[in-house]
Every structure is written in structure tokens, then in C-alpha cells.
Write a protein that binds this ligand. Sequence first.
Ligand SMILES: Nc1ncnc2c1ncn2[C@@H]1O[C@H](COP(=O)(O)OP(=O)(O)OP(=O)(O)O)[C@@H](O)[C@H]1O
Ligand SMILES: [Mg+2]
Length: 312
Amino acid sequence: MPALIEADDLHKSFSHTRAVDGVSLTVNAGEAYGVVGPDGAGKTTALRLLVGAYTPEKGSVCIAGVDMRRDPEKARAAVGYLAQRFSLYTDLTVFENLRFFGQVRGVSPKGLPDRAAELLKFVGLHGFEDRLAGNLSGGMRQKLGLACALVHRPKVLLLDEPTGGVDPLTRQDFWQLIIRLLTDEGVAVVVSTPYMDEAARCNRLGFMYSGKLLIQGSPRELTAGLVGRVLELSAQPKEQARAVSLADPEVEDALAFGDRLHLRVTRPDGPLARLPQALGSAGVTVSRLRPIPPNLEDVFISLLEHAGEATA
Ligand SMILES: Nc1ncnc2c1ncn2[C@@H]1O[C@H](COP(=O)(O)OP(=O)(O)OP(=O)(O)O)[C@@H](O)[C@H]1O
Ligand SMILES: [Mg+2]
């Protein structure tokens, strides 16, 4: 079976900005691919290329084996897209919004009430059919947006920062829905997100920076390169602990995670031996210093620094 999404060497510029600069990715049925990257990295532009809203200057997109350039209508019919700043019709009800998107997406009018009921149940908006979309909470709006994106039963679902500005509990709900789509329906999902906990849920990830996917792989593959190179330091006062740590020749970086620091080191042994004394003589109280498994944020910050050095 071909991959549901096959993007090869996509390029898209806006005047002097190379928004997407040679992006290739493949997503199979039942797989969630996360696109992670800072503001302006090109995530939205990449998703718009995948949905066929933009034509790439170079490169190709195939959806379920259909070339977007050759047969855009057929390729687009297999894609559901939830835009980063999507608009619902605030003066229409929940049901009317779904009906409208269903009509636009070519769902038969006869089948629409059943499909709408099924989707509203799926996203947990059953019973809210008659509420004006303008009166929904942020989380409910996103769920209605998801229902609208799914109205025509797409095989491919593209979600552009779908949980931006949504409370943690609703984010959790939203991910349960995505997981059901992956496992029960075998949908292929591409989701862009600024949240590392969401990135960690994806089967595979690409880290985007300046229009390029700098690295791709499963969360485990991506963190593998930093195994043994992150130390956790709990110490007070934290700012001073950071400064003393950074003065060690084998400490590359010190990132704050809540009340702890993650020290990225070239090798752990030297800093583990030297830091307790260096911190102590600077008046820093150390409650813990130990090697820990790297997380995705450690990986991405390290990548960003290297990318910054390369373009500086
Ligand atoms: N329609 C446009 N016209 C001109 N420049 C654009 C347009 N869309 C995007 N860009 C530029 O292309 C680059 C990539 O933008 P894009 O919106 O794809 O990034 P993003 O990763 O989605 O950012 P964010 O996290 O802020 O949503 C940015 O430099 C942006 O200013
Ligand atoms: Mg964006």
C-alpha cells in the first residue's frame, strides 16, 4: 500500500522569504507525524502545500497515490484540514456549520444529518447542535473545527496547531480523538504543534527551522543522540547555579525546566566530578546533580543552536 502522504522536495517562497525550502516527508496510514518548530519556521506553509492550497515552485505532493498537480480535486477530496486560524460562522449554529462544511465537501444532503450526529458525538458536542458557534468556548470551537475537517471522511488529516490557546484538559481530550482516528480509522495525521508533550505523542517528528526539516525520526530516535549528555541540576540560587555551570568547559548549555536546570554536556564525567565543588565554593546549595534521559526539548534547543551557528 502506498503511503497516504508523500511529499518530495517541496519549495515555496514569498518574495524574498524561502518559507518552505526542500521539504520531503512520508506518512503512512495510522501514523501521526508532528511538525515542530519556532514561529515563522514554515509549518503553516508546509501544511498548505500538502492540502493543495499553494502550488509548490518545485517538488510534488501525492495523497493516497494521487498526484496533487495531476488531479487536484481527487487528491484534495482525501484531505481534511484544520487551519491555524480557521473560521467558523459565528452566527450559524453548531449543526449549521457542520452542514455548510459538509455541503462544500460534497457530502450528500441525505447523509448529512446522520454524519453530523456521528461527528458531534465523536467530538463530544452532542447536545450542542443548536448553540451558535459564536457562543462556544475555545476548546469547543476547536472540536467543532475538527468535526468540520472530518465531515467528508478524509484519509488524511492536517492539523495546524490545533490546540493553541486551549486548556490542558481539553488538549488531552483532543489527543484522545486524534488517537482514535489513527487506531480505529487508520487516518494519516500531520499535526504542527509548539508543545513538546504533543510532539512526544507522534509516531514520527520533523523539526522545522527556516523552511527546512532539520531532522526527522521517532521521538526515541531523535533523543538517542543526546543519551548520556544531559545532567539534571537542582540548586539554589538558580541563576548563579546556571552561571557557574556554564563556566565549566564541558557544559554546552543550561536550560531551565521549572525549578531544575538541564545541563547539556559534551561528556558527563568531568562536570559530575567538578561541579559540586565549583558550585559549593560559589555559595550555591546543590540538592541534586545526576544524569537523566534527554527529552525532545533538549534535542531541539541543541539543534537550534547549531542551526543558528550555521546561519550566523
Ligand atoms: N502569505 C505570505 N506572504 C508573505 N510571507 C509569508 C506568507 N505566509 C508566510 N510567510 C512567511 O513565510 C515564513 C513561514 O511562515 P509560516 O506561517 O509558514 O510559519 P509557521 O511555522 O507556521 O509560523 P507560526 O508558528 O507563527 O504559525 C515566515 O517568514 C512568514 O513571514
Ligand atoms: Mg503557522
